[in-house]
Design a protein around this ligand. Structure first.
Ligand code: ATP
Ligand code: MG
Length: 568
């Protein structure tokens, strides 16, 4: 994706075009019904958000419906915790399925009945080959498949065996039910795919009711069909499975079957998206949990401070494509900046404090400085910030030997303290042991108070500050990308792919324990957002308490995306 595409107000959506055509020809009686079908085997991520926005968005735009459906056909990997997190995340993103929350597992009986139909019509057979033999017999792209010796079992024998599979007469993995299609098909998915397997594994919802489970490629079209789905939108890796999707529906004699439409999945630069890799990072302690603010999971983004509005806006603006690409993660950051710029209050926090003493400021004087809460929103009003003789400024805002183009504080230099006075640096004191600068001394010019006559005098730099007497201590967590570089994520990955581990950024989290915030901020509630002037947008972490407020940096203020766009 280049910057021009993200700028287009209304990206051309080829799926909408298909829907338009179907409505014109009155296919499905004009109905539009979509679904979002997560497998509850992990938490949702920003890629899923794209799919959610697309499906619920298309439904809303076309006066249609969108279901939430758990594709829970693989009990080995699925858990209630994931189901709950998915429900929470889709709601949080702002979408609603009304009373249409479904589970594939609710259809197990009906799926079984449909499989019996296939068997009775000679379209499916029980196969005794081992998993390995099936793979061997299947052939490759260049080598045709070989028919299973069990392929021509009689319908009666198949019926008996399949029923016995269900009754638990056979061991796990000893037999499968396969669709009888074509071992010579150029499409490997059509070479008699397995549609049922024996698996003794308690299912989170059906418990031990079943010891056979349908395979995804068989179950998915049926789930869509049973729910009256019209447009089954999925990602590109399923393109080669589409003939099987259609075969299943055709052979159970579906009336007005749904159609499968593929789009390119979202990949983000410097971001790990695959659930498998995310799980690996969590299980091996590289990150804390599914909601670690460095992860692209919905819960991680929420904890970091992303808003549903920014995520939806991002998903709309990247559009829908038919070829895979990598979206620049800086565009996502641009979207949250844009949102918070309008809404977030401004305040001052000093992340790495350095003491500043104004030698000519009266010892006990405290002045209340008027500060705009949000220059983008006059209705946000102003607040009073206490100013006193001893302050803290950012350590990086003082330089003993300023390099060229460094306009902040240095010996003999003047700067403005935001909403307060112009001060001039007269001296600084070093720690005798460490050599580190411990404090700086200034004098202020009483005639330069902001908002007063005389304040017009210009200096090159304005610094943020907090009053030493009134500031509160806070913990600040700064994040960087998890990966040093972008990786190509395959849709069908090897379980053991750990190559990405060497690309992990060792500095993706920096914790500052001695930051200082304006008084009045220590009681902010978890999830509240704020702009710390010059330092970025921050969000109060759930770990926060009034005694130890904790702020996550969402993004810094420097919008490199805008810069890239200006260049193009
Ligand atoms: P992962 O590949 O990360 O393990 P998944 O595809 O297994 O995810 P599902 O629960 O099967 O996750 O996905 C639910 C829906 O979300 C599917 O329709 C899937 O196509 C879609 N989806 C998953 N990842 C992305 C992505 N990166 N971009 C767009 N849609 C996605
Ligand atoms: Mg998948």
């Amino acid at each position: 994706m280049n910057s021009k595409e993200t700028e287009r107000a209304e990206p051309v959506n080829f799926i909408q075009a298909i829907i338009d055509k179907d409505r014109e020809s009155n296919r499905y009686g004009g109905r539009v019904h979509l679904r979002f079908p997560p497998e509850p085997n992990g938490y949702l991520h920003i890629g899923h958000a794209k799919s959610i926005c697309l499906n619920f968005g298309l439904a809303a735009k076309n006066n249609g419906l969108c279901n939430l459906r758990f594709d829970d056909t693989n009990p080995a990997k699925e858990e209630i915790e994931y189901i709950e997190s998915i429900i929470r995340d889709v709601h949080w993103l702002g979408f609603d399925w009304e009373d249409r929350l479904y589970y594939a597992s609710d259809y197990f009986e009906r799926m079984y009945q449909d499989a019996l139909t296939l068997v009775k019509e000679g379209k499916a057979y029980v196969c005794d080959l081992s998993a390995e033999e099936i793979r061997e017999y299947r052939g490759t792209f260049t080598k045709p498949g070989k028919e299973s010796p069990y392929r021509n079992r009689s319908i009666e024998e198949n019926l008996t065996l399949f029923q016995q599979m269900r009754e638990g007469k056979f061991e796990d993995g000893s037999r499968v039910l396969r669709a009888k299609i074509d071992m010579n098909s150029p499409n490997l998915n059509m070479r008699d795919p397995v549609i049922y397997r024996i698996l003794r594994e308690a299912h989170p919802r059906t418990g031990d009711d079943w010891c056979i489970y349908p395979m995804y490629d068989y179950a998915h079209p049926l789930e869509d069909y049973y729910e009256g789905i019209t447009h089954s939108v999925c990602t590109l890796e399923f393109e080669d499975h589409r003939p099987l999707y259609e075969w299943v529906l055709d052979n159970i004699h579906a009336i007005e079957p749904p159609q499968q439409i593929e789009f390119a999945r979202l990949n983000l630069s410097k971001t790990i998206m695959s659930k498998r890799k995310l799980r690996f990072l969590i299980e091996n302690g590289y990150v804390s949990e599914w909601d670690d603010p460095r992860l692209p999971t919905i819960s991680g983004l929420r904890r970091r401070g992303y808003t549903p509005e920014a995520i939806r806006n991002f998903c709309d603006r990247i559009g829908v494509a038919k070829t895979n690409s990598i979206v620049d993660v800086r565009f996502l950051e641009h979207c949250i900046r844009e949102d918070l710029n309008k809404r977030a209050m401004r305040a001052m926090a000093v992340l790495n404090p350095l003491k500043l003493i104004i030698d000519n400021y009266p010892e006990d004087l405290i002045e209340e400085m008027d500060s705009e809460n949000n220059p983008e929103d006059p209705a946000a009003g102003i607040r009073k910030v206490p100013f006193s003789k001893e302050l803290y400024i950012e350590r990086e805002d003082f330089n003993e030997e300023p390099p060229p183009k460094y306009y902040r504080l240095a010996p003999g230099r003047e700067v403005r303290l935001k909403n307060a006075y112009i001060v001039k640096c007269t001296d600084f004191v070093r720690d005798e042991k460490t050599g580190e600068i411990r404090e700086i001394h200034c004098i202020y010019d009483p005639d330069t108070r902001s908002g007063r006559p005389g304040a017009q005098r210009k200096v090159k730099s304005t610094l943020h500050w907090v009053s030493a007497r009134f500031a509160h201590k806070a913990e600040v967590r700064l994040y960087d990308y998890l990966l040093l570089d972008s990786i190509e994520e395959e849709e069908t990955e090897e379980e053991g792919d750990r190559d990405f581990v060497r690309l992990l950024n060792p500095k993706s989290l920096e914790i500052l324990k001695d930051s200082l915030i304006e008084p009045g901020l220590k009681n902010m509630a978890a999830g509240e957002k704020i702009q710390f002037m010059r330092k970025g947008y921050f969000c109060v972490d759930p770990d926060s308490t009034p005694d130890n407020p904790v702020f996550n940096r969402i993004v810094s203020l420097k919008d490199s995306w805008e810069k890239i766009q200006k260049k193009n």
